[in-house]
Design a binder for this molecule. Structure first.
Ligand code: MG
Length: 175
């Protein structure tokens, strides 16, 4: 059953829907750094109830938000022991399935990672490839970039990594 808050059956508005997802996770000692579905060699990692993949969480929430579906915290509450160390790719796949259920497909997405270290540019293509596989897209539909915190604030002081994602959905055809 589709949640009442979703856009399923909404014929009154545009065929396009935009969604924004944001997330942050705390950094602790010991690598690797799991981000965008890959393990980046690093001396620190992200901490969370699940595998703490900050980018996949942001993408998941962008998709769910665009479809007016319950967010990742409501779908996978951290009070549920089943979600402990859960693979974030699994949560993202669940979000993709729900977007499809309500009759939409992804046009494109663009993501920003905020991390002081390590430099992530060498991993953009690998991350895009992983995301393309999970989302059933061409890598050209996926933008990835990273920014440092300029040595300032929780990102700059290497206490936190943040990620943001914006996604565009389009109503699927009847074909
Ligand atoms: Mg998270």
């Amino acid at each position: 059953m589709l949640p009442a808050s979703s856009i399923a059956g909404d014929e009154t508005t545009s065929d396009l829907r935009i969604g924004l997802g944001e997330d942050s996770h705390r950094i602790e000692s010991g690598g690797p750094l799991r981000i965008g579905g890959i393990d980046v060699p690093h001396d620190r990692h992200l901490v969370g109830h699940s595998d703490a993949d900050v980018l996949l969480h942001a993408v998941t929430d962008a998709l769910l938000g665009a479809a007016a579906l319950p967010d990742i915290g409501r779908l996978f509450p951290n009070t549920d022991p089943a979600n402990r160390n859960r693979n974030s790719a699994e949560m993202l796949r669940a979000a993709v399935a729900r977007v499809s259920e309500v009759g939409y497909h992804i046009v494109n997405l663009d993501c920003v990672i905020h991390a002081e270290r390590p430099k992530l540019a060498d991993y953009y293509d690998a991350i895009r490839h992983v995301l393309a596989g999970i989302l059933q897209l061409n890598p050209h539909q996926i933008g990835i970039k990273a920014k440092t915190g300029e040595g300032v604030g929780p990102v700059g002081n290497q206490e936190l990594v943040e990620a943001r994602c914006i996604v565009l959905l389009e109503r699927a055809g009847d074909a």
